[in-house]
Ligand binder design. Structure first.
Ligand SMILES: Cc1cc2nc3c(=O)[nH]c(=O)nc-3n(C[C@H](O)[C@H](O)[C@H](O)COP(=O)(O)OP(=O)(O)OC[C@H]3O[C@@H](n4cnc5c(N)ncnc54)[C@H](O)[C@@H]3O)c2cc1C
Length: 122
């Protein structure tokens, strides 16, 4: 028997939305499976052996992210690249930042680049 493992990334609001994920998590999971079954993978549901999902509650409670955001601050123009949090604190001397929320941006390449930026600053 072939076993396939895959995940679906579904953009959802952070916990400022007050969505009750204990209720909506299961509903959204079923919507995704229905949609995939209809458009992409016929008979998906009956072939699932094991499934689980993570919600903003996981990001907030287990990973300690603000409002359960999975991707730090929203990557809109005024919060992207140079406009993300700077690597050197403007408030406290000797305080520096690296990682997805900082310049230059999210995603592993951006995270590693932010470390390079900080290396140059230091
Ligand atoms: C579902 C999903 C899929 C993704 N897929 C991709 C992909 O395919 N390619 C890609 O490039 N990027 C992807 N990303 C983005 C990438 O994972 C992040 O940009 C990257 O992990 C951020 O790295 P980081 O070191 O800044 O923060 P994190 O990896 O979030 O690390 C921060 C750590 O700090 C810990 N922490 C929080 N508060 C405290 C505290 N007070 N004390 C101690 N520790 C604390 C957290 O628990 C966490 O372990 C994805 C993200 C998500 C959510």
């Amino acid at each position: 028997m072939d076993v396939i493992v895959f995940y679906v990334l579904v953009p959802v609001p952070n916990n400022q939305s007050n969505i009750n994920w204990l209720v909506s998590g299961e509903k959204i999971k079923n919507l995704v499976i229905d949609k995939m079954e209809k458009d992409l993978l016929p008979n998906l549901r009956e072939n699932i052996i094991e499934d689980f999902y993570l919600t903003p509650d996981y990001f907030e409670k287990d990973l300690n992210t603000k409002f359960g955001s999975g991707f730090s601050i929203q990557p809109k123009f005024t919060q992207s690249a140079y406009f993300r949090f700077h690597n050197k604190s403007e408030i406290y001397d000797g305080l520096y930042f690296v990682g997805a929320g900082t310049h230059p941006g999210a995603g592993v390449p951006g995270v590693l680049s932010s470390a390079k930026v900080l290396d140059k600053i230091l």
